[in-house]
Design a protein. Structure first.
Length: 462
């Protein structure tokens, strides 16, 4: 069966009661389970489906919604609805298929070749002589020193936080969890880019917070759409990645930055500003435009190493005590060792030197990625550690992800980042910072071969 002849498979066998949307969904599910509808196959438009089954378009919409809920299909904006699947088995036998180790282009923590040696050297004295003290709860004196060191380290341009603006947490995710818990009550709603950092989705779900997706374009979050969304359903806060957006690589334009800051001030809505990739560029946090409305999130996980448990919240004084209290009560506060190690790395210049070299490393990797994948659509900031690969027809995001993994390369499908299920772009994110440079080149080369081979070379039945 070809991908364009799905409707006949849906109609065999037809349900006895065509108006029962669950029965129709079960029929489609059975066709998928039996292999008559294979991963990547396109479902007919909802109007066509409705006409073929003698039902209302609204009923067809419920059928498709049920299939999305079950995870049996995926929707791609502007392209239609497709059968999901764990992915194709290879028909052909090529040298691509035998790999002992997996190349992780889904793990988004940049690593320099010698950073572990440098970190070990920086922390040697702490581990030998100060470990007992570091493993205790930090004293008030240590916290004052840590906040001062952090404030100095994060300062650049007009962004000059004071030590009292700093809340220390156990990492970037913990900082986001603290901000969400403090600023949004259960049942509340936050505005968020429609394609976003996956952990925010899971955190919001656990905290009982509704996500209101806002469109994002090449200039960043569309503020006009945010205004309309807030008028329709009031939001309690805005979560945004204004610099090096993950996964799209977008940095808010100056115009959008001003618009967003003005809206937040006028509406009295706090902005949770995820700035963890900001060190790779020169953009100042939005906080310089709306200092009383912005909570800036940062950490040492991207800047230095993923195993360093220290995150930061830079908050206006009106919010600082509430955030600090939430971090403590939620068990999201920084540990004594995390603070001691982080302060040591920032104070002796190790963190800064690693950050500076990562800026160069990221640009080199982006240049090589564009060389290897020349001719394909890549969206990325040339200074970032991730790139958005828009897949050519007839590849589907889920199928490409599965095929790539079978050929030793892990990538992340667009569906992981979309707020609304079934509305994923046909793309994958490539995180190019973690593998050694040569491994990254190897992985990207394999992906290019898959793109050139195309999905028709693979048996997409399970």
């Amino acid at each position: 069966m070809t991908k364009s002849t799905v409707s006949s498979s849906v109609r065999e066998p037809a349900p006895q009661v065509a108006t029962d949307y669950l029965a129709l969904a079960d029929t489609v599910a059975a066709a998928i389970a039996s292999g008559r509808m294979t991963p990547g196959a396109r479902l007919p438009p909802q109007r066509t489906f409705a006409f073929e089954h003698g039902i209302a378009v609204s009923t067809a919409s419920r059928v498709y919604g049920e299939l999305l809920r079950r995870g049996l299909v995926v929707g791609e904006v502007g392209r239609g609805t497709f059968v999901a699947g764990r992915g194709p088995e290879a028909k052909i036998s090529t040298e691509l298929e035998s790999h002992e180790t997996r190349i992780d282009l889904d793990y988004n923590f940049p690593v320099l070749p010698d950073q572990s040696i440098r970190i070990t050297a920086s922390l040697a004295d702490l581990n030998q002589n100060g470990l007992d003290l570091a493993l205790r709860m930090p004293t008030s004196t240590q916290l004052i020193e840590a906040r001062a060191t952090t404030a100095a380290h994060l300062s650049h341009g007009r962004f000059r936080p004071g030590p009292n603006n700093i809340v220390l947490t156990a990492g970037g995710k913990q900082s986001i969890a603290t901000a969400l818990s403090t600023l949004v009550t259960p049942g509340g709603r936050i505005a968020i880019e429609g394609v976003t950092y996956p952990s925010v989705k899971s955190l919001a779900k656990r905290l009982g917070i509704t996500l209101q997706p806002i469109p994002i374009d090449r200039d960043g979050l569309v503020v006009a759409s945010l205004v309309k969304a807030h008028e329709a359903h009031a939001v309690s806060a805005i979560y945004v990645q204004p610099a090096m957006h993950n996964p799209l690589g977008v940095t808010l334009s100056d115009t959008r930055r001003a618009e967003l800051a003005d809206f937040a001030i006028a509406a009295g809505i706090p902005i949770i500003e995820d700035h963890v990739y900001g060190f790779l560029g020169d953009a100042e946090p939005l906080s310089v435009l709306a200092p009383d409305h912005c909570v800036v999130i940062d950490s040492l996980s991207k800047r230095v190493t993923s195993g360093l448990p220290l995150g930061f919240i830079v908050a206006p004084m009106s919010m600082r005590d509430r955030l600090a209290g939430t971090a403590r009560s939620g068990a999201w506060a920084a540990s004594g060792y995390g603070i001691a190690a982080g302060v040591r790395l920032m104070a002796d210049g190790t963190a800064r030197s690693i950050e500076t070299e990562k800026r160069v490393d990221a640009m080199m990797r982006q240049v090589r990625a564009r060389e290897i994948l020349a001719g394909y659509e890549l969206r990325a900031d040339p200074r970032s550690y991730h790139t958005w690969l828009v897949l050519p027809e007839p590849w589907r995001s889920d199928a490409f992800t599965a095929v790539a993994l079978r050929h030793g390369v892990a990538v992340t499908p667009a569906s992981a980042f979309t707020v609304l299920p079934g509305h994923a772009p046909n793309a994958v994110r490539l995180a190019i910072g973690a593998p050694p440079f040569a491994s990254m080149v190897d992985g990207l080369t394999r992906l290019r071969q898959l793109l050139e081979t195309g999905p028709d070379a693979f048996d997409i039945s399970e």
